[in-house]
Design a protein around this ligand. Structure first.
Ligand SMILES: [Zn+2]
Length: 261
């Protein structure tokens, strides 16, 4: 048995009311569901957005970071490469310098060697030329006095500063024409006759090694240097006489092709 209302409302009216209530419930449920879905979606979206934001941030950070790292890495690599290149360039430069130095040294050595060879060749040629000459200097000592006027008198020869006992040799081929001691003048003296009116005279010897009449050749040792006669210390006084007249001995030897220096 129902209430009077229900009873009254039974039939089409009650059915309509139930349907309306059901519709309201369903609409409410749907609305609630939709709302919840919306909320959920919004929440998810926010979260997703947040995550996305975070992810973007991370990605950006990573990208930026790795980018920076890459850039700095590249910089470091570039710097290292540059440094290495500098080192290589410096090493190359050093090698080039060393090679250039070596090359210059080698060239200098070659030039020096060539110069030495040329000098040796020139010296050999000069020696050969002098050997071929009929005349030579009677000593290789330093010239201390030349032919000419001294204190109003003629110094008739060339003086060579000698050490006591040094070899004195014949200026050319010839015959010993006189040996002896001349007091106050030449001291121990040797004369050589070369023919053609040419004579040479050697004074102040400490010892005479030849005799009159001896044949001598250019360069033969005829006496030892000393300071006998009028002499202030050991020396050779050397004269050339042409037909008995004293001439400038050094100049005359030069005229024969010698180069006394
Ligand atoms: Zn003299």
């Amino acid at each position: 048995m129902g209430t009077p209302d229900e009873t009254t409302e039974s039939g089409a009216g009650a059915l309509a009311a139930r349907r309306i209530r059901a519709l309201i419930r369903r609409a409410g449920a749907l609305a609630a569901h939709r709302t919840r879905a919306l909320i959920r979606r919004a929440r998810m979206s926010r979260e997703r957005y947040s995550w996305r934001f975070v992810n973007i941030g991370l990605a950006t950070a990573i990208l930026v970071g790795s980018g920076l790292a890459a850039i700095s890495g590249q910089n470091a690599t570039a710097q290292a490469a540059e440094k290495q290149n500098d080192t290589v360039v410096q090493a190359d430069w050093r090698v080039d310098t060393v090679l250039a130095d070596m090359s210059a040294a080698a060239e200098k050595a070659a030039a020096d060697q060539a110069a030495a060879k040329a000098a040796a060749a020139a010296a050999a040629a000069e020696k050969a030329r002098l050997a071929a000459l009929p005349w030579t200097l009677p000593s290789d000592a330093r010239i201390t006095s030349y032919f000419g006027m001294r204190d109003g008198r003629l110094h008739g020869g060339t003086d060579f500063g000698e050490f006591e006992g040094e070899d004195i040799w014949a200026a050319g081929d010839g015959t010993v024409s006189y040996v002896g001691y001349e007091e106050g003048g030449y001291g121990n003296v040797v004369y050589i006759d070369h023919g053609d009116g040419i004579q040479t005279r050697y004074g102040h010897a400490s010892k005479i090694l030849v005799d009159e009449g001896d044949k001598v050749s250019k360069g033969d040792t005829i006496m030892l240097a000393g300071d006998t006669g009028r002499s202030n210390g050991p020396h050779l006084h050397f004269e050339v006489l042409i037909d008995g007249e004293k001439v400038d001995s050094l100049k005359w030897l030069e005229e024969q092709g010698l180069n006394p220096g």
